[in-house]
Ligand binder design. Structure first.
Ligand code: G6C
Length: 345
């Protein structure tokens, strides 16, 4: 169901205020062929309303003939900024980049952030953006959880379906996603509301069992039958189950890259305005599935790259797997029990 330009304009206004955008600053809206026209229009209006310079950089799409999925997060690493120094220079010269295209997991995103830039990704449909406009309370929730994760040296995840996996922690930074970029060098994603990190290299050990209703992204599917992942020394060593396991294996094997089986970010959802059921109401290509990634109480793990965290793995294949009904414990202390957040007392 659509939202009006007025609603989306107001949402962008509040996001830009949280990003502390004002007169004297320059914002570049980065777009490509799949960018949403209403989002572009309302973002630029809101930037001008804030008194900042509004530029638009439209880049040519890439990877279309390489990726087996049209989801922008299905094939990561190379982007229209790869080997495009003129475009990177413009974005580095901007105080804020509104990424309506998807740079996530690219070396160029890293370069721009390293140079002190700020990047806010926003590619979900306008009504999803409006429903989950970020708030200062979202930031407090994510940062409070992050303080616990930063202090932890191990994460243990279990479920009645049979998941029993451990991760050593401490080698990599936090991925704190609360929907706005309030300081130089920061990337964030609107909508979001979840926390993650990467497990220490080679440390993930155990088994993850998907139960019916757990989600595969970019497949945008609720699994209907169990899928079992054996995990040894930080890599998935086997994927077993029925048709969905075969389909996932076939897709990952198509990259012909052993790094696709590496464990990527691990964490849990904190956003109470995100809902598990949303995926079932959207066409596969209409959304990238942020409700599934952010909904409060999920255990979100993933496979593939760790360059986002300063690691060396930059495989193009990234699978995000949000799970229900898990118990997530940090050094033995649970933050999620049976798929429900442990509310801070
Ligand atoms: O916001 C995101 C989206 C996808 C992902 O893998 C991480 N963070």
């Amino acid at each position: 169901m659509p939202v009006s330009d007025y609603e989306l304009f107001q949402a962008w206004k509040s996001v830009l205020a949280l990003c502390e955008i004002g007169p004297g600053q320059t914002v570049t809206v980065l777009t490509s062929q799949d960018s949403n026209e209403q989002t572009i229009r309302c973002a630029i209006l809101a930037v001008r309303e804030a008194g900042a310079v509004a530029n638009r950089l439209d880049v040519q799409p890439t990877n279309g003939s390489l990726s087996l999925s049209r989801d922008p997060l299905a094939f990561v690493g190379t982007t229209p900024l790869t080997n495009n120094p003129a475009a990177v220079a413009m974005l580095k010269a901007s105080d804020l980049v509104l990424d309506l295209m998807t740079l996530l997991f690219s070396a160029e995103q890293h370069d721009i952030l390293e140079a002190g830039g700020r990047i806010l990704l926003a590619v979900e449909p306008p009504e999803v953006l409006v429903r989950m406009v970020p708030t200062l309370a979202d930031r407090e929730t994510v940062l409070a959880a992050s303080r616990k994760l930063q202090a932890a040296r191990s994460m243990h995840v279990t479920s009645e379906a049979g998941t029993n996996v451990t991760f050593a922690l401490g080698q990599y930074p936090m991925l704190e996603e609360y929907g706005f970029v309030d300081k130089p060098g920061r990337w964030d994603h609107w909508p979001s509301g979840f926390l993650a990190t990467w497990s220490n290299e080679g440390s993930a050990q155990g088994k993850i069992v998907l139960a019916p209703g757990d989600i595969l992204l970019p497949q945008k599917a609720y699994v209907q039958q169990p899928i079992t992942f054996d995990i040894e020394n930080g890599f998935v060593t086997s994927i077993s189950g029925g048709f969905e396991a075969d389909h996932l294996r076939d897709y990952m094997e198509s990259f012909n890259d052993p790094e696709v089986y590496a464990i990527s970010h691990i964490g849990w959802g904190l956003q109470k305005r995100a809902h598990w059921s949303v995926l079932g109401f959207y066409d596969r290509e209409a959304s990238i599935g942020m409700d599934s990634r952010a909904c409060a109480g999920n255990f979100l793990w993933s496979t593939g790259p760790n360059n986002e965290a300063g690691g060396t793995r930059d495989t193009a294949c990234h699978i995000d797997i949000p799970m229900r009904n898990c118990t997530v414990a940090l050094d033995g202390s649970p933050v999620v029990i049976g798929g429900k957040l442990v509310e801070a007392v």
